[in-house]
Design a protein around this ligand. Structure first.
Ligand code: F0G
Length: 459
């Protein structure tokens, strides 16, 4: 049998409200051409993010009823702690309400002016928290990771030569930490190999630099290692995840991804002193160390989600369904970042819309066109998200202009994928008529969430 089917049955459904094209024209205008500002009910297929949007299992919903809401020492905390410990082996496990809260605590303590935080590629909230502390975030992605069309197995790897030379140029004392994002979200959901993680670890060890993992999608990364890295084919995903974390001094985790939870996360580490300082900050900003901004029921949902996420039939269906969409786009030569990632497919807006320059935000323009044509919500990962201005106020564009189609876990079926492929093809056929955009409003940090745009007249 060749068909890889969804390894679950659907017990509870949510209707989709189907908008018409003319309704969408009006709705997008009202949202100032920023899909973040659309109402969710006006979206047919919501691929804005895979974060907190997944379908919980009947087992998780049962766990919700078991949540112990005690302020201190809740049973749910101990179940959560044990589930996280089983995977990460970390002695200190600090619950937080989501990933960026872990980042805020970690970089408030370890960041600061004059420090560098090195990564394969930092996610936007991670970079923002580093910069907010006064430190500087530096991406050192491997060469193949920067090439849109190269089909390499581990395009999320860090460039270890660049890491060594950065350390020797700036001095180890200036490097606050190295944090590797698995999978590399902003770089296409591409995995990092165990060999690369080991090499980074040994470079960090040699210079006494802490080595952390941004572990949001650790299970997808582990599955890719099992599929692609020699020597791991007979290990379980859980064993691979355990080996991954055994290399690290600590990790940040958004449980909204690879823990099937709608909210939650954690910060985990080996260092006793840093853990104490982190808990002190946690109490001021999130809550008591046995709930950290979460309800007991959330801790239950995460504990159960962490057991489910490492199941290989789930991961096989997950990775395969995104590759399936990629194969459909290949048939029409529609440009996207290759190979397909673990949680998302990233359309290459630069090649898709060659008539729109970075200054006119081709990713945002493509994202708007997907909504207008088929009610698809996606997110721009390009010069809107990562662009900066020089001193004269000119845009310094991001190296890539991508549109991410991120798939909520266990939510959409194969026919949703088929519809999506049809919409993308339709947009591709009409691509020459898509206009660029200009920004009419923006904020200093994370501007993509709230920016407003205006379509430019086609010249
Ligand atoms: N690190 C990575 C790699 C992420 O992808 C995210 C969130 C975070 C940290 C922050 O976690 O949202 O729980 O505070 N990514 C979401 C996304 C928002 O759409 O990719 P959070």
């Amino acid at each position: 049998m060749k068909t890889i089917f969804e390894p679950f049955r659907i017990k509870s459904v949510e209707p989709i409200y189907v908008t018409t094209p003319s309704e969408r024209t009006h709705l997008l205008e009202e949202a100032h051409f920023n899909p973040f500002l659309l109402k969710a009910r006006d979206v047919i297929i919501d691929l804005l993010t895979d974060s907190g949007t997944g379908a919980m299992s009947s087992h998780q919903w049962a766990g919700i009823m078991m949540g112990d809401e005690s302020y201190a020492g809740s049973e749910s905390f101990y179940r959560f702690q044990s589930a996280v410990h089983n995977i990460t082996g970390m002695p200190h496990i600090i619950p937080v309400h989501q990933g960026r809260a872990a980042e805020k605590i970690l970089f408030t303590i370890t960041g600061g002016a004059g420090k560098y935080v090195l990564s394969n590629t930092l996610f936007d909230t991670t970079r923002a928290n580093i910069e907010y502390s006064g430190a500087e975030g530096i991406d050192l992605l491997c060469a193949e990771g920067k090439q849109m069309n190269v089909e390499a197995p581990f395009k999320g790897n860090m460039d270890t030569e660049a890491l060594k030379s950065f350390i020797s140029k700036k001095g180890a004392a200036t490097v606050g930490m190295v944090i590797i994002t698995i999978t590399n979200n902003s770089g296409g959901g591409q995995p990092v190999s165990m060999a690369n993680l080991k090499e980074v670890k040994s470079i960090c060890n040699a210079h006494q630099i802490p080595f952390y993992i941004d572990a949001c999608r650790f299970a997808e990364n582990s599955y890719f290692i099992k599929q692609r890295e020699p020597g791991y084919e007979n290990k379980t995903v859980l064993q691979i995840a355990q080996e991954t974390f055994s290399l690290a001094d600590g990790c940040t985790m958004s449980a909204k991804k690879d823990a099937f939870a709608n909210i939650g996360g954690f910060l985990a580490m080996r260092d006793d002193k840093l853990a104490e300082e982190s808990r002190n900050l946690l109490i001021i900003t999130e809550g008591f160390p046995t709930y950290g901004g979460l309800a007991g029921r959330d801790l239950e949902a995460i504990a159960i989600g962490l057991e489910e996420i490492v199941k290989e039939d789930y991961l096989q269906y997950r990775i395969r369904s995104i590759a399936y969409l990629g194969e459909k786009l290949d048939k029409e030569n529609i440009p996207y970042l290759k190979p397909t990632g673990g949680h998302a497919l990233y359309l290459d807006a630069k090649s898709f819309l060659p008539h729109i320059s970075s200054e006119q935000y081709p990713g945002q323009a493509l994202s708007c066109a997907l909504y207008l044509t088929g009610g698809i919500r996606s997110v721009e990962i390009g010069s809107v998200m990562f662009g900066k201005y020089d001193q004269k106020g000119n845009l310094i564009p991001h190296c890539n202009e991508l549109v991410r189609l991120a798939f909520p876990r266990r939510m959409y079926t194969q026919s949703h994928m088929d519809y999506l492929a049809e919409v993308i093809l339709e947009v591709f056929k009409n691509r020459e008529n898509i206009p660029g955009l200009e920004i009419t409003y923006e904020t200093q940090f994370l501007r993509h969430f709230t920016a407003k745009f205006r379509p430019l007249d086609k010249g």
